[in-house]
Design a protein around this ligand. Sequence first.
Ligand code: DNO
Length: 405
Amino acid sequence: MRQTWRWFGPRDLVSVDDMRQAGVEGVVSALHHVPAGAVWEPAEIARRQGEIGRMSDGRPSGLAWEVAESLPVSEDIKRQTGAWREHIANYRTSLKNLAAAGIEVVCYNFMPVLDWTRTDLAWRLPHGGTCMRFDFADFAAFDIHILKRPGAVGDFPGEVVEEAARRFAGMDEERKEKLARNVAFGLPGAAEHLTLEGLRAHLRAYGAISPERLRSHFIAFLEEVAPTAEEAGIRLCCHPDDPPFPLLGLPRIMSTEADYAAMIKAVDTPANGITLCSGSLGARPDNDLPGMMRRLGGRVHFLHLRNVRREGEAVAGSFYEDEHLAGGTDMVALIAEVLKEEARRKAGGRADHSIPMRPDHGQDILDDLKRQAQPGYPAIGRLKGLAELRGIMTALSHPQYGLTP
Ligand code: DNO
């Protein structure tokens, strides 16, 4: 596995120097300032490469931009409205520009309107550190009482609706505002930062789009961009819905193994691949991560390794971001499946036998609590996760005691 690290660019409070000391091998980044639908121009790509290539004292970092995350898919493309054809043409140009700059792996998602969603960005853990959390009743309180979405009540089980009403009644203005900000106003990586009114307008625009229709738009998008990716030597990899169940009445179509299997079948080229995010997919009890890696591994082009602790057995429910080796996913089993897939690729002569992975998210611990970097992307919490994952990788790859005979 290729050990990578997400960097949000010069405004990221975790620096290139920091990731160098974390011992990463490659960098995951994006041109967050370019609006969804526009072209990533060669000069902008080159500028980001330059920033990644230098430490703060001007010396070479020895690191390169290896994965683009995300090259965002515009809402027009997802809805097939407005400038969607132009946006698809631009997407193809961006893919060619990235390939010309030597970047081969491109991650994206097809979630309508919101990228990932949490209700708490700094939920206090018993050890005094903090983590991110999705609380279903708080989310319902937002949906029903703050956003006041028509029909919201019908989308939650009765006891969650009641709990949401109780919670809302107990919230002061500050908590209400914070909750709205956490849910609607965009987490790191989101293509857009919305106001409540902006969010309502987006929801109206999706009114008539069923999951089947969104899926057909997704396939139309892939049919357009996957051949370009293949020609350019790019491996596209779709990130799952996070959380992996419908929110705000919007369709979600990349939440399960069946969703991925259907996508691969629909546009069957190696360029059409998967970002296996164990944290996102692991928030559903019916997703078996090691099994998915075993069955779909040939198309996994990028790995996000993290763990969540679910608080119930329902498909939609509360969870929090646990330590990388805790939570519901058996990380040793998952990494073992990744190493087996890499060995198969190597034996088959595949050039992409080392799959890029990044320690996804991290709890805020120690000095992270003072630094206050991007939510979910602290320096020390991620480094701890990486170190733990690295330990498993090293043990399982040991020539005498590991997996290899
Ligand atoms: C959150 C991330 C997502 C991810 C996009 C990929 O931490 O995993 O924002 O980057 O969904 O398109």
